[in-house]
Design a protein around this ligand. Structure first.
Ligand code: F6P
Length: 343
């Protein structure tokens, strides 16, 4: 058999570990060959591909961040209009099944291809950890580690200067990174997109710290966080050419507002793409590797329309349908758990 693999959407640490596991499992267990499409769906449409061999290059990519195949985004309309081209390109490359590694958008595309007769298996990735039907996506643990390290560093400079430091982390629609990094780093307040914040509550928590003699504070903010209606002026971002939400710097806005209300010295740090780059943590390497092996087996066994997923200790196969359509948000009780430690 001949399998194809591609990485699509925003990159994240661990993509190469999946590619490596797909190639090695396909070769070792089944004697299958593997072709990699470049730049996600775009390369599949443009028939840009290369053979991937179980060689030294593949062996060494385990700890490399990013993706050796490159990644890309394609508007869903253009993608759907290209169905015949995709089928022709796959037939030309003699591909029997495709493994698509990506976030919710990519998995939606994979489901659509599978509904239209193309054998596809999905692998969920994203630092945001917002894909439904799996306990964790790889990349999340690395992003949380990077953000936690940043918060650790902010503590010492904040306390030296009696400052309030705001750290803005990624999280377009969900606050998993903010929740975990905020908790691991001991942030004194965390705001997430799922729960609109009241700036008065954040300010009060910071003032209380100063009154109690702790003359500094760390506020961890997810980039998609929004104020409660009527509590603060904030202009929401728009959408980009792919229909993805863009942002207007909520971390800076919160920092400016706290400074205005309290007179404290406030600075904002935006971590941005630092959270997406670099080598994956051991946890992400293991999860990505297990996903890759199971995806190769599923693709070889003709289990199309399925997605690998972590449930407790096990890697299961779930219908792609279960992984798309609804994002995995932070449950209210998890946020309440974090709230108990604010201030
Ligand atoms: O991978 C998801 C994500 O990290 C979001 O949290 C973030 O908003 C987005 O990607 C930004 O991606 P890009 O800058 O590549 O458009």
């Amino acid at each position: 058999m001949r399998l194809a693999v591609l990485t699509s959407g925003g990159d994240c640490p661990g993509l190469n570990a999946v590619i490596r596991a797909v190639v090695r499992t396909a070769s070792n267990e089944f004697g299958d060959t593997v072709v990699g499409y470049e730049d996600g769906w775009v390369g599949l449409m443009e028939d840009r591909r290369r053979d991937l061999y179980d060689d030294a290059e593949i062996d060494r990519i385990l700890l490399r961040g990013g993706t050796i195949l490159g990644t890309g985004r394609l508007h869903p309309d253009k993608f759907k209009a290209g169905l015949d081209t995709i089928k022709a390109n796959m037939a030309d490359a003699e591909v029997d099944a495709l493994i698509a590694i990506g976030g919710e958008g990519t998995l939606k595309g994979a489901k659509w291809l599978s509904d239209n007769g193309i054998p596809v298996v999905g692998v969920p990735k994203t630092i945001d950890n917002d894909v439904n039907a799996t306990d964790y996506t790889f990349g999340f643990d690395t992003a949380v580690s990077v953000a936690t390290d940043a918060i650790d560093r902010l503590h010492t400079t904040a306390e030296s200067h009696d400052r309030i430091l705001i750290v803005e982390v990624m999280g377009r629609h969900v606050g998993w990174i903010a929740l975990h990094a905020g908790m691991a780093g001991g942030a004194h307040y965390t705001v997430i997109p799922e729960v609109p914040f009241d700036i008065a509550d954040i300010t009060k928590a910071m003032e209380r710290r100063f009154q109690m003699g702790e003359k500094y504070g760390i506020v961890c903010v997810a980039e998609g966080a929004l104020p409660k209606e009527g509590t603060m002026d904030f202009e929401e971002g728009g959408v980009d050419q792919f229909g993805h939400q863009t942002f207007n710097g909520i971390g800076q806005v919160i920092g400016d507002e706290i400074k205005k209300r309290t007179g404290y010295d406030v600075r904002t740090t935006v971590l941005g793409h630092i959270q997406r780059g670099g080598t994956p943590t051991a946890y992400d390497r293991v999860l990505a590797t297990r996903y890759g092996t199971h995806a190769a087996r599923a693709a070889h066994n003709g289990q199309s329309g399925m997605c690998v997923a972590l449930h407790g200790e096990n890697i299961d196969l779930v219908p792609l349908e279960d992984a798309v359509g609804k994002l995995k948000v932070v449950p209210a009780k998890r946020y309440a758990n974090a709230q108990a430690l604010f201030g």
